[in-house]
Design a protein around this ligand. Structure first.
Ligand code: GUN
Length: 288
């Protein structure tokens, strides 16, 4: 049977290390690393994610500052807040929860966050650094995906990796990280023809299409490692609902290892956000 990788346990280990680093930072500075979390409007999924992020900050000894802005907030008001947060010495990380309400311009908002405080790794400077392999803050979910893969793979050189999904948040950055490790990376997406023919050759599959149970048993080569980033709530015939990933995990017994949904990538994403916040605090420290 495939190993089921326990993302919750890995995340707990990472958060323990992050808490030790946060405590050491606080001992040097007399104040803990600070993360500002900005939520605009009332998207129910975003509310849940933000609540979890803030609860985990407490566990790691990170000071969280929560900004809940009404859905009608203007672009200028949001940019004004970001400029204030950029200037504050006690705020080391700034996270603006996406998606923003439709009248707001995501790209302009992300561009306004100081690159050294961009704990999501979405600022063009950090995107550029990732694509050139020159450091910078790396997006949390891709970082978590790599830490999960690292538990079963030590040498990526020449391995065939197939990424399903081309988002800026997961697909593109995780492709860059795999390429950096010298895997042979194929980036695919929902419009890719005969996707199963491509995934069947893969040693590593990262599924981030947001398409419930897209990846079937016959899509996966025996011994492959499969990381499932998708998380969708699906309505069932009896009127109930179920959380599903992008992979039909029950058909993947022939894989070497798979991540569950929930309890795989999700907890690692938040643990990586905390780790990035402490890293941003340390970067600020080095910058003086
Ligand atoms: N919305 C969905 N995923 C993310 C994420 O990783 N960061 C932010 N800021 N918003 C998101």
């Amino acid at each position: 049977m495939a190993e089921i990788i326990d993302g919750k346990a890995l995340a707990a280990q990472l958060t323990e290390r992050t808490a030790a680093e946060a405590a050491a930072f606080a001992a040097r500075h007399g104040a803990a690393p600070g993360l500002a979390v900005v939520l605009v409007g009332e998207d129910p999924a975003s509310e849940i994610y933000v609540r979890r992020k803030i609860a985990q900050c407490r566990k790691a000894g990170i000071n969280s500052l929560e900004y809940r802005l009404p859905g009608a907030t203007s672009q200028a008001e949001l940019l004004g807040l970001i400029h204030q947060l950029n200037a504050r010495a006690d705020v080391h990380g700034i996270l603006v929860q996406l998606p923003l309400p439709r009248h707001l311009d995501d790209a302009e908002v992300l561009d306004a966050i100081h690159p050294l405080k961009d704990v999501d790794g979405f600022h063009p400077v950090n995107v550029g650094r990732l694509s050139t392999g020159t450091g910078g803050l790396v997006p949390c979910t891709p970082l978590g995906v790599m830490m999960i893969l690292d538990t079963v793979i030590s040498d990526y050189r020449g391995l065939e990796a197939v990424v399903i999904g081309k988002s800026n948040i997961v697909g593109k950055p995780v492709s860059m990280l795999l390429l950096e490790r010298e895997a042979t990376v194929t980036v695919t997406h929902i419009e890719t023809r005969d996707l199963h023919d491509i995934t069947r050759k893969a040693d590593i599959i990262v599924a981030a299409a947001g398409a419930p149970h897209l990846v079937k048993g016959y899509w996966v080569k025996p011994g492959a490692v499969v990381v499932d980033v998708g998380i969708s709530r699906v309505a069932l015939a009896d009127g109930s609902t179920e959380i599903r990933g992008d992979c039909a995990t029950q058909e993947l017994g022939h894989a070497r290892a798979v991540t569950p949904v929930p309890g795989g990538v999700g907890p690692m994403t938040i643990a990586c956000l905390l780790a990035n916040t402490v890293r941003a605090a340390e970067l600020a420290e080095q910058a003086g």
